[in-house]
Design a protein around this ligand. Structure first.
Ligand SMILES: [Zn+2]
Ligand SMILES: [Zn+2]
Length: 121
């Protein structure tokens, strides 16, 4: 049993909390360990689902998403400090640390905003 009681919002920023509520209606007060990182159980499900989105359309081009750890200035962290994606896995699509495969800028600087979740559900 890896599930345990947990502060539902621990580690989740406001944008991530809004996304959780939009998908699940609430943020469940349980944690799990996903890819070696303790996190909210709903967030683990969201991250698992994010692994299914491996590419995105930009104009007429299909481009592969860039995984955590493959950024031009990759950090040595084992997990993304924002969305908790493990190294070599895909970020949550709204993660500002994910690098855009079209302009090679991070989510906060990218103007393409392809699939970027800005909190306005
Ligand atoms: Zn991330
Ligand atoms: Zn971009």
């Amino acid at each position: 049993m890896t599930e345990f009681m947990f502060d539902a919002r621990e580690g989740l920023n406001k944008r991530q909390q809004r996304y959780c509520k939009a998908i699940f209606g609430e943020i469940p007060p349980h944690a799990t360990v996903y890819n070696g990182r303790k996190m909210n159980i709903a967030w683990a499900a969201i991250l698992a689902d994010a692994q299914n989105t491996t590419e995105r359309f930009i104009d007429d081009e299909v481009l592969p998403r860039i995984r955590f750890g493959s950024e031009p200035l990759a950090s040595s962290d084992s997990h993304c400090p924002d969305c908790f994606a493990a190294k070599h896995t895909f970020h949550w699509p709204g993660c500002p640390i994910e690098v855009c495969m079209a302009c090679r800028k991070s989510g906060t600087d990218c103007k393409c905003k392809i699939g970027y979740f800005d909190g306005s559900v």
